[in-house]
Write a protein that binds this ligand. Sequence first.
Ligand code: SF4
Ligand code: SF4
Length: 338
Amino acid sequence: MTEIPDPQHTIANLIDQHHESNQSKPRPHLGASIAGHHCDRWIWLSFRWAVIEKFPGRILRLFRRGHLEEAQIVKDLEAIGVTVTDDQKRVTLGGHVSGSIDGIADGVPGAWQTAHLVEMKTHALKSFKDLAANGVEASKPQHYAQMQLYMHGLGLTRALYFAVCKDNDEIYTERVRYDEKAATAMMERAERISLADRIPDPISTDPSWYLCKWCPAHAFCHKAEPTHHVNCRTCAHATAKPDGTWRCERHEADGIPEDFQRRGCDDHVLHPDLVPWPIKDSGDPHEAVYVIDGVDVRNGHPDAHVFASSELIANPKGCVDNLARAVRKAFLGAKVTG
Ligand code: SF4
Ligand code: SF4
């Protein structure tokens, strides 16, 4: 007898595949939510769209659950006389650093007169217990940094951290005081990283270190993988400007539009910090020469002698293979593919 496929399994897979094929694009700005991350390098790589984190469908549904919970939290706060406004209000913190807040609360019990930034988070039981035991600054430093930056940008002096445990619906709240010194230092760090032309040092060179082990950039940092992405931000010709725009030195153009940044152009040259290969002087400001397995590979606008960034990324070995190089040269427009 033919076995009936497990409908649950099939349905779950289909739903997860649906979510996986609708991943959000990387953010154009350096978000306040990431500014407190422990690793400068990760902040830089994600801001440069050099390592783009892809989530499994189940995790994407978990994010959605956290987001949906916010409406319930607002209802609960309103039920006790707290008003929450400015949901998703955009806060520009300066240059490339910005974010969107969960809201501003008025009428917080015990501090009726003081407007509070509200930060709402859902937690799994283990994380919730740690939060309740140690407080948000020690337990969730990234959330703490996010609140400090938003208070800094909005001129607020207090934040209300509202956490819900996903396992048992327990609530933990904490009022957080604005710390000008800490917020200024966080802002300076975020601005420094966003404007850095060169990649920051790794937080660890040990591939088994726990914070690196689970990092989406693990293969990049610890297995010498190149970036997998061609866009203006992985291009050696792009510069992040202090006013929050991007300049292309190759085309001498300021203010590259965001949708164009996501595509890049045929003149893309891989940023030397985003590939594991040694670089040589190319003698041409529009090209780079990378040494792959002892062979010089010219990178820039593709022609018979110059390889596109997409070719180097897709198949670096193919770019140094004699036969592939000969075929590519003989058939104009032929490309090395993965
Ligand atoms: S793997 Fe480690 S060093 Fe590299 S970005 Fe991630 S946390 Fe930083
Ligand atoms: S050369 Fe092309 S890919 Fe590179 S920054 Fe300029 S427009 Fe973007």
